[in-house]
Design a binder for this molecule. Sequence first.
Ligand code: HEM
Ligand code: HEM
Length: 181
Amino acid sequence: AKGDPAKAQQIVTTVCVACHAADGNSVVPANPKLAGQIPEYIAKQLTDFKSGARKNPIMFGMAAALSPEDMKNLGAFFGEKKAASGSAKDPALAAAGQKLFKGGNQSSGVPACAACHGPSGSGIPAQFPRLAGQHADYILAQLTTFRSGERANDGAKMMRVIASKMTDQEMKAVSEYISGL
Ligand code: HEM
Ligand code: HEM
């Protein structure tokens, strides 16, 4: 069954609001935007934070108190919020990132991000998260933890392979591009 956003309202306004903003459009670069995110992806990440499969000390504490039903409701709540449009700060870097996002890097075997995250980065239900407009700092941090193996929940398998083939410069460029989508 689908989650009920109304049932998540109280948790959001007492807990999540502090870091992710009431409408999911966090302005803090390390705190991911949740607005417009794929609901099933949100619920799955919360499950993984709670079990410790995705390691993060802050979100481990937050997810500990949530039931599977809360997680579904929270996914529905943030999923239906309108994502604020992003803005890239460095157009030249973003242009290099666009090339990788749309076409990948054939010589090193990095696939096009668009294949799984959608041509405009808005994600593909239920498995592939929205990236569009996300903070560049957060995207870069996730790519780094995929590559180091620190983000090792089951859903991260594909991303670990992909990130292992990416250079630092490619990570920076694609993060910049994504932040402006
Ligand atoms: C990450 C949900 C409360 C800080 C996340 C993610 C979700 C989430 C789904 C993963 C996003 C993604 O993969 O794109 C929630 C919900 C909350 C809540 C539903 C309320 C119940 C908080 C609070 C804080 C916080 C209160 C700050 C004290 C963070 C940070 C990350 C994160 C720093 C990034 C973790 C990382 O780098 O891997 N949150 N959150 N969250 N959240 Fe929360
Ligand atoms: C997650 C970036 C290509 C499948 C993510 C995340 C980032 C990312 C930053 C984490 C999102 C978040 O925490 O909110 C990229 C980039 C790509 C790329 C820059 C191109 C270089 C792909 C491709 C696939 C894919 C080609 C499919 C074969 C996934 C999946 C997740 C994910 C399944 C969710 C991981 C989980 O459940 O923990 N990607 N991606 N990505 N990506 Fe990609």
